[in-house]
Design a protein around this ligand. Structure first.
Ligand code: XIL
Length: 311
């Protein structure tokens, strides 16, 4: 069986990958998506700068194509992301008035989540709201509205699409420290306030050889009475690449996949792309390479075998 089928045999929901028209238009990528994966995350097309570049003017051309691709291939969709400080248009950064920002957040969520109501398995409602020290990350949202912007986003998303699983998503939850402590505390506060939070996403943009603490963090997140998902998995390798490093990567993928399976509430794993050829790591971490399951030529890597063997 493929990765997704093997995951489902464990009574989990999916193995997924990030994509968008720019990558699924490559027929080899599309082929892997169709055969190996059960869920897609729009890598960029549902972000605020893509969907609402100017106030109340919405553009859905790429996100519609992604949703069309998913529905014609019977893939789940993880919507990504409704409220995030990055890839956010300047007009939103410029808002200083509470009432205006509240209205803008509500309108954005109504239009974006509303367009795809009933078609999205899970939404990353808020993304990267914490700083490394565990405080609320400075952003237009936290500066103008404080922590309450998180409540607002979840309550609005729930009203718009009551069947979608609503996630809080972040990175660097891969080891112990103030950030994961703060995430756990934040989720508990949200639960106490009756905020409809159904899942926690741990991005897992990992570095080769530094994945050992991931399983224990998944356990902790899995104890919060919410679903857990690995939402953006990649394991980048410091250059220059060697066959030995690919072997280490095989082990690292195995460790992370096993870590998910050990946690009952870990419902799915999404790789942040299909092929190394299109990975964001090339541009964002130029001294690293080759973070995904398929190589530049769309061949399975040892990393794939590591993931497969874990399932
Ligand atoms: C990245 C995309 O992969 C890039 O194509 C884009 O230029 C920048 O964003 N955390 C997230 C993702 O939540 O949305 C980011 O995706 C990677 C880090």
């Amino acid at each position: 069986g493929c990765l997704d089928q093997k995951m489902k045999a464990h009574k989990r929901v999916y193995i997924g990958a990030a994509t968008d028209p720019n990558t699924f238009n490559d027929t080899l990528v599309a082929q892997h998506l169709k055969t190996e994966f059960g869920c897609v995350t729009p890598e960029n097309s549902m972000k605020w700068e893509s969907t609402e570049p100017s106030r109340n003017t919405f553009t859905f051309s790429d996100s519609d194509k992604l949703v069309q691709f998913a529905s014609s291939n019977k893939k789940l969709i993880r919507g990504h992301t409704l409220v995030w400080h990055s890839q956010l248009p300047q007009w939103v950064h410029d808002i200083t008035d509470k009432a205006v920002l509240t209205e803008v957040i509500i309108n954005h969520i109504k239009k974006v989540a509303g367009r795809y109501r009933g078609k999205v398995y899970a939404w990353d409602v808020v993304n990267e709201v914490l700083s490394e020290d565990g405080t609320l990350r400075p952003s237009v949202f936290s500066t103008v509205l404080g922590e309450s912007f998180i409540d607002l986003a979840f309550r609005t998303a729930h009203a718009v699409d009551p069947h979608a699983k609503l996630y809080i998503n972040d990175y660097n939850l891969d080891g112990p420290g103030p950030k994961i402590d703060a995430m756990i505390a934040l989720i508990k506060r949200l639960q106490r306030r009756g905020v409809p939070v159904h899942g926690v996403g741990t991005q897992c943009h990992l570095i080769l050889g530094q994945v050992g603490a991931v399983p224990a963090q998944l356990q902790r997140l899995g104890g919060l009475n919410v679903d857990v998902a690995i939402t953006e998995l990649d394991i980048r390798i410091p250059k220059p690449l060697t066959p030995e490093l690919w072997r280490q990567q095989q082990e690292d993928f195995h460790t992370v996949f096993k870590g998910c399976l050990k946690v009952e509430r870990c419902v799915g794993i999404t790789a942040w792309g299909v092929s190394d050829k299109y990975s964001w790591v090339d541009t964002y971490f130029p001294t690293f390479d080759s973070p995904l399951l398929f190589d530049d030529y769309m061949n399975r890597k040892p990393a794939y075998d590591g993931a497969y063997a874990a399932l």
